[in-house]
Design a protein around this ligand. Structure first.
Ligand SMILES: Nc1nc2c(ncn2[C@@H]2O[C@H](COP(=O)(O)OP(=O)(O)OP(=O)(O)O)[C@@H](O)[C@H]2O)c(=O)[nH]1
Ligand SMILES: [Mg+2]
Length: 330
């Protein structure tokens, strides 16, 4: 279990909830084989809790929407494409139409066990966490995740943890719960599966208190929607973009250092030739060297400016969040 220790400005959303209202959002694209069972299992798991189930249909070509409606879930069609777009649609609909205390996200393919949902809600209801992420890696059934997926998962998780400073072990887990007060924390700009990583970066940026809870992971029902190579590449791209947006000084500083090192490398040859002979014959090297050093300075300045912009944006967001998070009766 990992808990973020980032400094917090306000803990109003960490209040205990006696009987939380729970909205479960299920993104589903051609999951007619699994969705019905997932809905039934969610109902069983949340028996005794006040809850709603929202299936976000990605314009499935099979009977996903029909099956979901038959089992009593509310079905909405997503407006923004992709897995992330589906989840953001579901969160927005849930918050605007029903005002839940806790939002839960779970896949419609039966890989997650809805019986784990109460375990995820508990730390939020106790007032100990704002975002709870499932961790599949604790007891992973090897047949549930292909070798390629496991490798990709480890690579992406390692990069995301190191570069973005995420303190979550299973960064790609799709079973999560969070305090509905903080739904505005998530920007949802990442397309496809990269949303899972972006969500954690947003949570960290907003100093949300994050906890991981071990869960079970099963073999999926129906065909995979994930394309390991395309989705893996898109997640790597998003890690790069998140690094640029959340750690601009590191991102541009690294580019600046690389250019500086290359520039000095070429410059050294020119300079040593000049010192030895008094002439510069390697004109191309001299030009390349100065261009690289100028580029390095530009990257560094860009880093400084981006860092300043980020600081201003963050302050504005903190003020905004304090305003909406307060436990105040109006
Ligand atoms: N509405 C909607 N749902 C999607 C979309 N892409 C994926 N999903 C759903 O999101 C959930 C997770 O997608 P999966 O295909 O299971 O991806 P995964 O869990 O990373 O990989 P596998 O289970 O190994 O295929 C499933 O319920 C999908 O049906 C989409 O574009 N729109
Ligand atoms: Mg799945």
């Amino acid at each position: 279990m990992t808990t973020s220790t980032a400094m917090r400005f306000d803990s109003a959303s960490l209040r205990p909830l006696a009987a939380p209202r729970v909205a479960v959002v299920i993104p589903a694209l051609n999951e007619e084989g699994g969705i019905g069972n997932v809905i039934d299992e969610v109902k069983r798991a949340l028996d005794g809790t006040e809850f709603r189930i929202i299936v976000v249909d990605g314009r499935s070509s099979d009977r996903t929407a029909v099956v979901a409606r038959e089992r009593g879930a509310a079905v909405v069609t997503q407006r923004v494409a992709g897995y992330g777009g589906a989840l953001m649609t579901g969160f927005t609909v849930a918050v605007r139409r029903w005002n839940p205390d806790v939002l839960v996200m779970i896949d419609g393919d039966g890989t997650y066990d809805p019986a784990d949902i109460p375990k995820l809600i508990e730390p939020i209801a106790r007032g100990d966490a704002e975002l709870v992420v499932g961790n599949r890696l604790k007891f992973l059934d090897k047949s549930a995740m292909s070798g390629l997926n496991r490798f990709g998962n480890r690579l992406i998780t390692g990069l995301a943890r190191r570069l973005l400073g995420l303190e979550v072990e299973d960064t790609q887990c799709g079973l999560r719960a969070f305090s509905a007060d903080l739904v505005g924390t998530f920007i949802g700009s990442a397309d496809g599966m990269a949303f899972a990583t972006e969500m954690l970066a947003d949570a960290k940026e907003a100093s949300m208190v994050i906890t991981e809870v071990p869960i079970t992971y099963r073999k999926r029902v129906g065909d995979a929607k994930m394309r390991p190579i395309t989705d893996g590449a898109s997640i790597l791209r998003i890690v790069g973009r998140l690094l640029r947006d959340y750690k601009p000084m590191l991102f541009f500083g690294l580019l600046s250092l690389v250019c500086l090192a290359a520039g000095l490398g070429f410059g050294f040859r020119v300079l040593s030739e000049f010192l030895a002979t008094g002439h510069v014959k390697e004109i191309p090297s001299a030009i390349l060297s100065s261009a690289l050093v100028v580029l390095s300075i530009q990257f560094f300045s860009l880093g400084l400016v981006a860092d300043m912009i980020k600081g201003v944006g963050r302050r504005r967001k903190q003020v905004w969040e304090m305003g909406v998070r307060g436990d105040v009766d109006l």
